[in-house]
Design a protein around this ligand. Structure first.
Ligand SMILES: [Mg+2]
Length: 329
């Protein structure tokens, strides 16, 4: 399996419109399997063990049929990185036309966070606003900051990972006197065993991201295991990975939250088109455009780096899981 995967592997560097997660270019490796395209794109700093679940995800998509869909269109949210320039915010929000939910990245500087959230509220008075803190606050900071933001913009749809650990999130929920829904992201996708953790009393909504959770199949299993309302999101994927998120979202029996699958708007180039219309994206599996793969191809030494990385990730955990699940190329 590994030889076939490496033989068809290509890698691209996709430029971002604004800095996101500290990067300005998103590198993504892609390969073609018997059931479709695999996207392998762990962020550059991730180690081999963490990367192995991303490889498992790519191999799942490349070798297995997609699950049954309950819906043909997925409602998506706008995503706003930690930028405060009014014009930049306005332009970015316009590119998410039709989205009535905005996810705002916060957590680094409360003053700037409040300005950013207030600008979104002023530009889109009726939008639902959700925050993503990426685990950046202590319990005490979260209590102060959430009340301050609430004062400024009113109720939020939910707050994603205000604090880093499940213990902190549980304590925060106990101490909050205004009701805030809490969504868990890192607590799931960074967990050694996402099936073994107890989310009771710590989070209200479970975030499912296909690649970090090991693929559509495993993300569905994790979601079913925890029996919480779910929200589907991307990991700054290319159009191919967005296709996985769409298929996962389509396969869930209930889907109450807009999905974070419009992150293609943060890229200034992609390898296929995923059309966002009236705040929705049509569900489909995505194949990259050969011309665009060539246009954005990384230099050969980067492709070698990605092949070596995929090889290490394969032996770091993906191979055993694939054998246990009986997936065939
Ligand atoms: Mg998050």
């Amino acid at each position: 399996m590994l030889d076939q995967l490496l033989a068809s592997m290509q890698a691209v560097a996709l430029p971002l419109k604004s800095k996101f997660r500290g990067i300005t270019v998103r590198e993504v490796a892609l390969f073609e399997g018997p059931a479709g395209w695999g996207e392998f794109a762990p962020f550059l700093e991730y180690d081999d063990i963490e990367s192995s679940t991303w490889l498992l995800s790519a191999i799942d998509a490349a070798t297995n049929p997609t699950p049954m869909a309950h819906r043909g269109f997925i409602k998506v949210n706008a995503t706003l990185p930690a930028i405060n320039n009014v014009k930049e915010i306005e332009e970015l929000l316009q590119s998410f036309a039709g989205c009535d939910t905005v996810k705002v990245k916060v957590g680094e500087n409360l003053g700037e966070d409040i300005v950013r959230v207030a600008r979104v509220r002023a530009l889109l008075p009726k939008a639902k606003i959700r925050l993503d803190v990426n685990g950046g606050w202590s319990v005490d900071q979260a209590l102060i900051n959430l009340y301050e933001i609430y004062e400024e913009v009113g109720p939020l749809e939910y707050v994603e990972q205000p604090c880093a650990t499940l213990e902190e999130l549980r304590l925060l929920k106990e101490k909050l006197v205004i009701e805030f829904k809490i969504t868990g992201d890192e607590v799931i996708r960074k967990a050694k065993d996402p099936f073994a953790i107890d989310l009771q009393g710590a989070i209200d909504v479970l975030m499912l991201k296909v690649a970090p959770l090991g693929g559509i199949t495993r993300a569905r299993e994790i979601g079913a295991h925890h029996k919480l309302p779910m929200v589907v999101s991307s990991a700054l994927d290319s159009a191919v990975g967005i296709g996985y998120g769409l298929q996962l979202a389509a396969s869930l029996p209930t889907l109450d939250y807009a999905s974070g699958l419009a992150t293609g708007q943060l890229l200034s180039a992609d390898i296929a088109t995923v059309a966002l219309e009236n705040g929705e994206i049509a569900v489909r599996s995505v194949s990259p455009d050969a011309d665009l793969l060539a246009k954005y191809a990384v230099p050969v030494e980067r492709l070698i780096w990605w092949k070596e990385r995929a090889t290490r990730a394969f032996y770091a955990g993906a191979e055993n899981e694939i054998k246990a699940r009986g997936w065939k190329w």
